[in-house]
Design a protein around this ligand. Structure first.
Ligand code: GLN
Length: 452
């Protein structure tokens, strides 16, 4: 009830929820109370969560932030959310996001931008909470839920977490089932939580992950209890610092914070090791070919025929496809679909798509080569703190640069976490990222716990 009250007061300003589900929340909470009264109950019993509107929820509208899916009510539940409800969690509502998870500022949503609860000390402008999981991050930071689900294709959990002083984890590719998640780029998409603490993230991620035969890339592996990693000393751990993650124009404070993070870990007994990940500079270009390519294939299903928006007046079948898609998709989605169709077209497939896949392999190999020398890698989460909504300086390419530190983990399928690590001189949160070996979330949580 406290969170529902907060949603009522603060959501008109923050626009974090596109659909609060108060009645459902109270029903689920009463059921949780009843189970607890009988001495039953799962590990998340009664925990009030927000759900990014990219997870299909049975009987509850799921839009992926798009006009294309307004009014779409899925007849089934995503595996990730089903796992959370199985463990006793309560759904407060569906959270705003960039359209089809394409964006870094939540400004591409058909439901309007989300506002970051944080304010800069030097300007009065409303700030973005980052994206694409901006609704999730803003709702957690603004106390409109205890924690939230989110998804990360190129940084959409970790970047909004960094912008809002919250914790965000993307697990190893294949740990969380993609069944029932509206697809963006299937070889990169992973679900994960945004929370207030590293411990909450460890608990929630454990519930979210499972082997799922309904997702062909789901990994048939045990899900460990990652909360056991917290409070464990980092003494003797080797932490890699990749020199390619020093980028032009990174604010001095983000650089200092990165150095501070290294000093904290060194004081706690870890060994700091300089490493090189030489193909890092090609990660962003490769990502912005592969992700749109996969999107153009995935989003072909929105044809105005089977489900989603259908144009009212079409003169032919082709006209129906074209008009439905022109009306249903926003500008950024159209840009991505155009790029994707172009790089997959017969004349350009080898020059762009195949080349990007080769770069992706190199990036994964860069990581493979350092794992005998380091146990985890420490980097900044983002090149800057939260920026203002509607900042005119930000063209698409500048926006894409936001993902420079996060896309590598998606391309290589590795787990990554963003932890709040300090404030910049305007008083805005900055994050540090820990990247680990495939399936070694345990070390990622251990290091993140030491930084918290
Ligand atoms: N900002 C990146 C993009 O726009 C990442 C999005 C995401 O992780 N879903 O593609």
């Amino acid at each position: 009830r406290a969170f529902l009250a907060n949603i009522e007061t603060a959501n008109p300003r923050l626009n974090a929820y596109v659909l609060p589900t108060a009645d459902k929340a109270l029903d689920m909470a009463r059921a949780a109370d009843a189970r607890l009264a009988k001495g039953e109950g799962g590990p998340l019993e009664g925990a009030p969560l927000g759900v990014k509107d990219l997870f299909c929820t049975d009987g509850v509208q799921t839009t992926a932030g798009s006009n294309m899916l307004k009014g779409f009510v899925p007849p089934y539940e995503s595996t990730v959310t089903a796992n959370l409800w199985r463990d006793g969690a309560v759904m407060l509502g569906k959270l705003n996001m960039d359209e089809f998870a394409m964006g870094s500022s939540n400004e591409t949503s058909a439901f309007g931008p989300v506002v970051n609860p944080w304010k800069s000390g030097v300007s009065n402008a409303d700030l973005t909470p980052g994206g694409s999981s901006g609704g999730s991050a803003s709702a957690v930071a603004g106390d409109l839920c205890l924690a939230a689900t989110a998804s990360d294709t190129g940084g959409s959990i970790r970047q909004p977490a960094a912008f809002t002083g919250t914790v965000g984890v993307k697990p190893t590719y294949g740990r969380a089932s993609r069944f029932g998640m509206v697809a963006f780029a299937s070889s990169l998409d992973q679900a994960g939580p945004i929370t207030k603490t590293v411990e909450d993230a460890a608990i929630l991620l454990r519930s979210m992950c499972s082997f799922d035969p309904k997702d062909s890339t789901s990994l048939d592996v045990e899900t460990p209890d990652w909360s056991q990693s917290l409070g464990k000393s980092v003494k003797g751990l080797r932490i890699g610092i990749p020199n390619e993650y020093v980028v032009d124009g990174m604010p001095a404070e983000q650089m200092e914070l990165w150095e501070k993070g290294q000093a904290w870990l060194r004081e706690a007994g870890a060994e700091i090791v300089e490493i090189s990940l030489p193909h890092t500079k090609y990660a962003l270009p490769a990502y912005y070919i592969i992700a749109p390519a996969e999107a153009s294939s995935n989003l072909a299903r929105y044809d105005g025929m089977r489900f989603g928006h259908r144009a009212a007046e079409a003169k032919s079948l082709t006209d129906l496809y074209e008009t439905s898609r022109a009306e249903g998709f926003g500008k950024e989605v159209q840009r991505r679909l155009t790029i994707g169709a172009y790089v997959l077209s017969a004349g350009f497939y080898d020059a762009y798509y195949v080349r990007a896949l080769k770069v992706r392999r190199r990036i994964a190999e860069d990581f493979d080569k350092v794992w005998d020398r380091v146990d985890a890698i420490l980097t900044p989460s983002t090149p800057s703190a939260a920026f203002a909504i509607g900042d005119r300086q930000i063209d698409p390419v500048t926006m894409y640069l936001n993902d420079v530190f996060t896309v590598t983990a998606n391309l290589a399928g590795l787990p990554g976490i963003s932890v709040p690590a300090g404030l910049d001189k305007a008083g805005l949160p900055l994050g540090l990222q820990v990247i680990g070996k495939a399936l070694d979330e345990a070390t990622v949580f251990q290091v993140a716990g030491a930084l918290e």
